[in-house]
Design a protein around this ligand. Structure first.
Ligand code: PMP
Length: 354
């Protein structure tokens, strides 16, 4: 009998949020942006020469890297781009978490980190957040093979100060610290200005949330030149042509439309603050969010029940049946109209139990 299965790289894959096919759904489950991308992206798509698809894309994504370097005031050699920040972070795991020492991240965090650690056979350990879902920096001041966490954290929305993060980076000169800033544009302060000060800091961001381009799959990392060179060496050892030409130019155009970026992130922040008020009035509590979602639990009604009832009403939010967070719902901030429909549905559901 053959035994090939014993040689297979076995993993339990990440479970993404549902992408329902039905129309008429209010989709508040995957932290997408409710607004379309910049109109400059549409113009580029409409004028794109189909014949260009015949050719391989620019392996260096030069137009996009240059736009990002200008926007973030760094050199192009300090920018790495990938197919969504999942691709970027996965490459960073492979490149920098390469010892037999333990990689550290919080117990409540982005649920892809343990999946990447498993698929690349990287040893890891989690550090519990405190009861308010805060990171204790002292938990990360010990021997380790690398550190990663999002700021603001997901799915909590909690933002940690740069002073606290700097303390962790400073205390770990022998390992790479990755700050996943997927949600930084909704009111937080980015660590990017620290990359010239600390050569072990890698900051990752995405176009999927604040730039409304989840479908285009664009993510990037900023760090010192040495880090970026090491990441590119690994990337070019796997697949040179990751980002398609349309994503490259659309991404650059989106970066150049700063006005639209400010306008849409501003509206989402405003809607988030209004939603906090409404959720509190309905009996929910939540850590203060600096992201485009709120991680809420109700003071008397079970989150699993609310999740199912919302789904029956075609409103999708995210729920995890996992320790510590199985009584919370992660609610993405949609348009004001979508949020009003959510609040009406919640009122109805709460009355069922009232
Ligand atoms: N990091 C965090 C914390 C996220 O929530 C997400 C979105 N699922 C990502 C990274 C990846 O986003 P993308 O691959 O769309 O850039």
């Amino acid at each position: 009998m053959s035994n090939w299965e014993s040689n297979v790289r076995k993993v339990v894959p990440y479970t993404p949020g549902e992408q329902p096919k039905d129309s008429g759904i209010i989709k508040l489950n995957t932290n997408e942006n409710p607004y379309p991308p910049s109109s400059r992206v549409k113009t580029v798509i409409e004028s794109f020469d189909n014949a260009k698809m015949r050719l391989y894309p620019d392996t260096n994504s030069t137009v996009l890297v240059d736009a990002l370097a200008k926007r973030y005031n760094v050199k192009p050699s300090q920018v790495f781009v990938g197919v969504g920040s999942d691709d970027v972070i996965s490459m960073a795991f492979m490149t920098f978490f390469n010892s037999d020492k333990t990689v550290l991240f919080p117990d409540v965090t982005y649920s892809f980190y343990d999946v990447w650690a498993d698929v690349y056979r990287i040893p890891y350990a989690v550090r519990p957040l405190d009861n308010d879902f805060r990171i204790n920096p002292d938990d990360y001041i010990c021997e380790n093979g690398g550190i990663i966490f999002p700021n603001p954290n997901a799915p909590t929305g909690v933002f940690e100060s740069l002073d606290m993060i700097e303390k962790i980076i400073k205390a770990n000169p022998d390992s790479v610290v990755i700050i996943d800033e997927a949600y930084i544009d909704f009111g937080g302060e980015s660590c990017i200005p620290l990359v010239d000060k600390y050569e072990n800091l890698l900051v990752v961001q995405t176009f999927s949330k604040s730039r409304s381009m989840a479908g285009m799959r664009i993510g990037f990392a900023v760090g010192n030149e040495k880090l970026i060179k090491f990441m590119n060496d690994v990337k070019f050892s796997i697949n040179s042509y990751t980002m398609n030409p349309l994503s490259q130019i659309c991404g650059a155009e989106a970066v150049y439309d700063e006005e639209y970026f400010k306008e849409t992130t501003g509206i989402i922040i405003e809607t988030r603050e209004y939603s906090k008020k409404r959720l509190s009035e309905l009996g929910f509590s939540f850590p203060d969010s600096m992201s485009n979602f709120i991680f809420a639990s109700h003071n008397s009604i079970d989150a699993g029940f609310i999740f199912e009832e919302l789904k029956k009403r075609k409103i999708f939010v995210r729920y995890w049946n996992k320790p510590r967070i199985n009584n919370h719902l992660r609610i993405t901030i949609g348009t004001r109209e979508e949020m009003e429909k959510l609040f009406s549905a919640l009122e109805e559901i709460l009355q069922m139990k009232g």
